[in-house]
Structure formats: structure tokens, C-alpha cells
Design a protein. Structure first.
Length: 177
């Protein structure tokens, strides 16, 4: 019985330390620095890279999991605001560690008119400091990337209900509209 308790304590400490080590290695991204490139498949199997969005603003949002309440709210807000975002010269791309099949079901169920990228290994989320410690999910962070590929705004722990509106507000300010 004592040995089980000791083993449980040691295992908990190892998990906490390894989780902390992963978080400590997450990059600290700053406004003005070049956005990290990516090459990921979307819900239809089409591969997208950062270069595909050159010359346009990009709202690159990382989210936790397909078809969960908060992620659905965030995706549907971007969907509902897509015309205004496009009028401002912006594109929207969602990223999570879910696979393309899960993304396809999610996009179809909610009529999402933008790519959902499958970052199954979590490598892109990690480069954006948006991978949770255990690597099983992305953090809810959004990056507004300018037409030259530089980070213009960072929304950490983005609000599911306000993220799209915040991006629109900032786009208007950044474009001087």
C-alpha cells in the first residue's frame, strides 16, 4: 500500500515536470515577427501553407476540439462574420489536432466556409505556442497575420464569443478604416 502511494506521487511529479518542460519550450511570439510557416491538410484533404495567404490578412485561430460547445461557438461566429472579414481582405483558417475526417464532419455540420487544418502531430500549434502541455489539444489562441506574413495581433485564450469581432475591430484599426 505504501509503495503504491509512493509510486503515485512519483508518477504525478514526473507528469507535472514533463508538462512544465513542454510549456517552457513553447515559443514566445511577438507582434511584428514573421509568422511560422505551416503545411497542413484541410477537411477536404487540400494542403495549405502560410504562403497561400500572402497578400491577404489571415486570422489563424487554434482551437481545442471539433464539435465542442466553445469551439463550435467560435467557429460559427467566424462563419457568421465571414463576409465582413473577406470585405476587409482577410481569410480565416482554423487549426486543431483533430484529423481531416473530424474536421470534415464539423465543417459540414455547421456550414463552415473556411479551411480547418489538421495538425495531427501538434507541430504547428507548438511553433505558435498553442499546444497544451500534454500535446493532446491546442490552446485557444488566434493570430492575425498581415499580408506580408508578419504577426499583427495575438489573442491568447481567445474569447469564443468575441474573437471574430475582435479581429474585425483590429483589422479596421490596422487598415485605417
Amino acid at each position: 500500500m505504501k509503495l503504491r502511494g509512493i509510486l503515485a506521487t512519483v508518477m504525478t511529479a514526473v507528469l507535472l515536470l514533463s508538462s512544465h518542460a513542454i510549456r517552457a519550450e513553447s515559443p514566445v511570439l511577438k507582434v511584428g515577427q514573421p509568422a511560422s510557416d505551416f503545411s497542413l491538410p484541410d477537411q477536404d484533404g487540400k494542403t495549405h501553407t502560410l504562403a497561400d495567404f500572402r497578400g491577404k490578412w489571415l486570422a489563424l485561430y487554434f482551437y481545442v476540439k471539433d464539435d465542442t460547445p466553445g469551439c463550435t461557438e467560435q467557429a460559427c461566429k467566424f462563419r457568421d462574420d465571414i463576409s465582413e472579414l473577406r470585405d476587409l481582405g482577410a481569410r480565416v483558417v482554423g487549426v486543431s489536432v483533430d484529423d481531416s475526417d473530424s474536421h470534415a464532419n464539423f465543417a459540414k455540420k455547421y456550414n463552415l466556409p473556411f479551411p480547418l487544418l489538421a495538425d495531427s502531430k501538434g507541430e504547428t500549434a507548438a511553433r505558435y505556442g498553442s499546444l497544451r502541455g500534454d500535446g493532446s489539444m491546442a490552446k485557444r489562441n488566434t493570430f492575425l497575420i498581415d499580408p506580408e506574413g508578419k504577426i499583427a495581433r495575438i489573442y491568447l485564450s481567445a474569447s469564443t464569443s468575441r474573437n471574430s469581432a475582435e479581429v474585425i475591430e483590429d483589422l479596421k484599426k490596422l487598415k485605417g478604416s
